[in-house]
Ligand binder design. Structure first.
Ligand code: BEZ
Ligand code: FE
Length: 302
């Protein structure tokens, strides 16, 4: 077509997908083209604004490497990650809900024994977390694997801090034959998502704060069950209602109770006072496709 106009351009671009052989790719690209064109029309994008967007996306890419994923962060703060998650994990039936993976997951956390210490000397409020992994039919899931990570009390993950000496505040733990798990750590604190890059700037321009409510991250897996990628949030955190990445779900908010008993502290191998939290993860028997959990390093390996 030689007479392309504002009115027929979108159809002309979509028509060039005619020889695309992968039907799903074709469907996604056609929809993407139509939506981007509709957006440009709706806001009547100026050339200056389009160039600003190009610069922003360029800067976002330049912030990415094996340890930092500014595009995941962008997807998170725009609510896209949670929308993709919601569409792909419509569990119901009492199964534990998913939430956002975030950009700080790293493969290969060290294994600790059930009851072991994930904090290994990090300062913070001593905390004991315990619970069970059950199936949606109420039966225990023996030997479920919990892969866990959290930030330190200043709000940093190990990958954000130089020279932490390997993986820190991360652990894998196997539940026992009755699906029971327990571990020691430090109480998580609220922290800001990284604000020193383009995503920080756009949050600021939108008049939004960058804070995430305090949480522990979990990936819970067991053969024959759907993988759960989730958090446990600390009840009472001031940012539960306004999480920068829209990840909070009521079912994932847990009491981290203060326990002043010396005897109770001794029993769990912590100094008093300490915090304790418990949770039952409920796994759904695997039906469809399993979630493939990826890290910033995987995204950088193109
Ligand atoms: C996190 O919880 O680690 C996280 C999630 C989304 C964006 C930034 C951080
Ligand atoms: Fe986090």
């Amino acid at each position: 077509m030689r007479k392309l106009t504002e009115a027929n351009l979108t159809d002309a671009v979509v028509a060039r997908l005619a020889k695309t052989t992968d039907p799903r790719f074709k469907e996604v690209m056609a929809s993407l083209i139509r939506h981007v064109h509709a957006f440009v029309r709706e806001v009547e994008l100026s050339e200056e604004e389009w160039f600003e967007a190009i610069k922003f996306l360029t800067a976002t890419g330049q912030q990415c490497d094996a340890k930092r994923q500014e595009y995941i962060l962008l997807s998170d703060v725009l609510g896209v990650s949670m929308l993709v998650d919601a569409i792909n994990h419509r569990r119901g039936g009492g199964a534990t809900e998913n939430t956002v993976l975030g950009p700080f997951y790293v493969h290969g956390a060290p294994e600790i024994e059930n009851g072991g210490d994930m904090a290994k000397g990090w300062d913070g409020e001593p905390t004991y977390v315990s619970g069970r992994v059950l199936s949606t039919d109420g039966k225990p899931v023996p030997g479920a694997l919990l892969d866990m990570w959290q930030s330190n009390t200043e709000g940093w993950y190990d990958v954000q801090v130089a020279d932490t000496g390997g993986r820190q505040l991360r652990a894998k733990l196997r539940a026992d034959a009755e699906g029971r798990f327990r571990f020691r750590t430090i109480k998580p604190t609220a922290y800001p998502v990284p604000t020193d890059g383009p995503v920080g700037q756009i949050l600021d321009r939108m008049g939004r704060h960058p804070m995430r409510p305090a949480h522990l991250h979990f990936i819970v897996t067991a053969p024959g069950y759907e993988t759960v990628v989730t958090h446990l949030f600390v009840e009472g955190d001031p940012y539960l209602e306004s999480d920068a990445v829209f990840g909070v779900k009521n079912s994932l908010v847990v009491d981290f109770r203060r326990n002043n008993s010396e005897e109770a502290a001794r029993k769990v191998g912590l100094p008093a006072p300490f915090c304790e939290a418990s949770y039952e993860f409920v796994l759904k028997p695997a039906g469809g496709k399993q979630q493939h959990v990826t890290s910033a390093a995987d995204a950088a390996r193109v």
